[in-house]
Design a protein around this ligand. Structure first.
Ligand code: GLA
Length: 510
């Protein structure tokens, strides 16, 4: 299926407001470049319903695209550089010389600026153009001008960076003659975008942003292959709704990666190798850092140790039963002391590695900082949250019209996921915990941190009749208490109600 090219804004829930926004973007473009844009590249943010920090372990997740998005007005230009401007004055205009070779694209991993994220999109687009023979090795990319506008809060855990990289990739592709890329190709090439700024992310955000469908949550599978499947949520009366509240603690994934995001990637790699060694399993070395994954180790444990038939992720009942058993196995793998964290030397010993071998295998890919590795906690979180994704699917599939039962069941799974994120994955914050508690006390059936965590947004499961009360309590008891001078427009930005929305597209507006 191709990334669609649309000619109007009727896919938004409020096209009039969007017409105003697109009009302002066009004016900004004309003002800056003295001509109108030729097209707009667009990619939305996402909210993840359940299954956190498990995508890079190759377990399925359940996100949805939201209406907040990044749009870029674009026009090819003469000359030898790409100029990118932003309607947000925080992001200074940048001029990037058109590259001839991949090595001409220099991305700053230490302190990446917004132009570095743009370069990530440029890198993957260039590789794709070469792969498709639309560009010769050594040939320069075409010059162009672009003005970006984003409504996804930066650092809010709603994938502003993935949306930005995807919009950048689409812009580069279209200017260079590729206006009809498939969703699966765009997903495949953009999943690794942020690896170039040093974040070892999984594929959830890009999959949701590109494949999102109106009214549907997306089941994203990573095994046997990356695949996005739209999933209709049950139709309830009153209608089900998601309220997203930003803790306003900026979650800077890339800058805090050594002790947060990337450290989790290392810990689960160690965990997978440890399970593999414990049961002498032969596992594919296909994690982001070329080790086993917890999914690979789980599959191999079931087939090689227990002699069960392979599980492709489709049969939910089988997955649930096996993951429940796996969680019991995890308890037997660690001593009480180990459950509380492991020192490097001891961890290396358990893996049968010297200190140097351990460093080369796990610590040489990107900087990481830690005192102790939390292998047990992460393993338990990953298998537990993967189980909850399957239990959510089961709940959706077996819906029999009992709205209260459904809401309470899903709410409980979301709450359990939050407890696991807080206690086992240690990726929540006091502010996010408070938002969850306040939400649950005031009309939410279940509340949890969404996305990478360490700040960012909380997603609350509720119904439309409860929205106003939930919103006003959060305003009063969280936002106005912490920031008495918060303005109405800041408040409006901090609380977003979104239905699942359509994925990335190109717009050629009439
Ligand atoms: C970030 C990453 C995703 C995923 C989430 C946590 O959003 O980009 O790949 O790992 O964190 O679930």
């Amino acid at each position: 299926m191709l990334v669609p090219t649309l000619t109007n804004l009727s896919f938004y829930s409020n096209p009039d407001a969007q017409r105003e926004r697109y009009g302002a973007l066009e004016t900004a473009f004309r003002h800056r470049f003295h001509t109108g844009p030729a097209f707009v590249a667009r990619a939305p943010g996402r909210v993840n319903l359940i299954g956190e920090h498990i995508d890079y372990c190759h377990f399925s997740v359940l996100p949805m695209a939201i209406e907040a998005d990044v749009i870029a007005a674009v026009h090819a230009a003469p000359g030898e550089s790409i100029t990118i401007a932003n309607t947000n004055p925080k992001f200074a205009t940048a001029e990037i010389p058109v590259p001839r070779h991949e090595s001409d694209i220099l991305v700053d991993k230490v302190k990446p600026l917004w132009a570095d994220y743009f370069k990530c999109g440029m890198l993957v687009a260039r590789k794709y153009l070469v792969e498709k023979h639309l560009l010769q090795e050594g040939q320069a990319l075409k010059a162009f001008n672009a003005v970006f506008d984003g409504s996804v809060p930066a650092g809010g855990g709603l994938s502003s960076s993935a949306a930005f990289c995807i919009a950048a990739t689409l812009a580069v592709l279209k200017v260079n003659g590729e206006g009809a890329i498939t969703k699966s190709d765009l997903t495949r090439i953009t999943v690794v975008c942020e690896h170039y700024v040093g974040l070892s992310n999984g594929g959830m955000d890009q999959s949701a942003s590109i494949n999102g469908e109106d009214g549907k949550v997306m089941l994203i599978l990573f095994k046997p292959a990356l695949h996005a499947e739209p999933f209709q949520m049950p139709k309830l009366q009153p209608e089900l709704s998601f309220l997203i509240s930003n803790s306003l603690v900026t979650a800077n994934k890339t800058e805090t990666a050594p002790s947060n995001y990337n450290l989790r990637v290392v810990e689960v790699a160690v965990a997978a190798d440890l399970v593999a060694r414990e049961f002498a399993l032969d596992c594919a070395q296909d994690s982001n850092i070329q080790t086993a994954t917890l999914r690979g180790a789980f599959d191999a444990y079931c087939t090689q140790k227990l002699g069960l038939s392979p599980w492709d992720g489709a049969d939910i009942a089988i997955g649930i039963e096996r993951l429940q058993d796996m969680l019991k196995v995890v308890e037997t793998l660690f001593s009480d002391a180990e459950k509380d964290g492991m020192l490097t030397e001891h961890t290396a010993q358990r893996l049968g590695l010297s200190g140097a071998e351990f460093s080369a295998r796990y610590l040489s890919h990107f900087p990481v900082k830690y005192d102790r590795l939390n292998i047990y906690r992460r393993t338990k979180h990953v298998y537990g949250d993967s189980l909850r994704v399957l239990q959510t699917l089961e709940l959706m599939r077996s819906f029999n019209g009992d709205a209260q039962g459904f809401l309470q069941g899903l709410g409980r799974l979301m709450d359990e996921s939050q407890a696991s994120t807080r206690d086992l994955n240690q990726a929540s914050t006091a502010e996010c915990d408070q938002l969850c508690t306040l939400g649950r006390q005031n009309g939410s059936y279940g509340s949890r941190v969404t996305g990478a965590g360490f700040g960012g947004c909380v997603v609350h499961l509720t119904t439309v009749d409860r929205l106003d009360a939930l919103r006003s309590t959060l305003e009063e008891l969280y936002y106005r208490k912490r920031w008495p001078a918060i303005s109405d427009s800041e408040l409006a930005d901090a609380i977003v109600v979104s239905k699942p929305a359509m994925g990335a597209c190109v717009l050629e507006l009439e």
